[in-house]
Design a protein around this ligand. Sequence first.
Ligand code: ADP
Ligand code: MG
Length: 293
Amino acid sequence: ATPVSIVAATGNAARHGVLIKGGEHLEKAGRIRAVVLDKTGTLTRGRPLVRKVRVWRGSEKEMLLKAAAVEKLSGHPLAKPLVERAESLGKIPPAENFQVYPGCGVTGTVDGEIIRVGNRRLMQEASIPVPVDVENYLAGEESAGRTAVLVAIGEEIWGAVSIADGIRDEAKNLVSRLKAAGVRKVVMLTGDNQRVARAVARELGMDEYQAEVLPEGKVEAIRRLKQEGLVVAMVGDGINDAPALAAADVGIAMGVAGTDVAMETADIVLMSDRLDKLPYAIGLSRQTLKNIQ
Ligand code: ADP
Ligand code: MG
């Protein structure tokens, strides 16, 4: 390898908003054959909005304020819209004992009472019953592509907040651009539910997708692709993506909106959050490798 051309390509990439943390990563990026992408915050904008609020118990205001108290301490993309909606209703109380359950949700206490905000799995793990009418409501929201976040106060589900995020414009022709850059397989992984995942994966033309994946599951999926003999890139934005970024041959983080942990773990950072820099970076790396071989 001629280091000079690699240094030149790295500099070129930087000028285009792609930070490659060393020549060895550029060489590997030139051999990427499978690209695994996280959905929320990566393929979608990461700026979701509250579309609907439903309560089965108590008042909407109390439910939202208590849920927001906990979500305020979370950096998850679903937290912000929920907190903003609550702020328009009143003063958010302080929460304590904040805990994150990656891929499931968050918990905390408000006035000594446990508040849980997250998906079915979070509720099931805490042995909180999910009644049939709640389950039916979730199914309806999910089929429409919305993520319904459940809120339990004490040991009972009080309501659900439906949140939906838009797909990034650059995600729409991403698969074909990646294929043109020499990638054979494009896979979407998400902690989100099956119905939402299917809708997004179909729209984007993914070769494969996997829903309801926990962070360890993302690592597992990457190992499987590696075993197929493919050089695997993982693209993610969140804390929960850090293990997968580390497990991939090339870890790629979204800049700006991405979390610090993801950006530190990654080998390549797409600055200014531009997903269209992904096929560019892979194409450039591939071309550089060709030139020095
Ligand atoms: P993705 O892999 O798509 O980025 P995550 O693994 O972060 O998604 O989350 C998976 C699911 O877990 C979310 O769709 C949501 O249902 C639930 N969840 C995770 N974190 C939170 C949170 N802070 N508040 C509410 N729900 C959450
Ligand atoms: Mg994410």
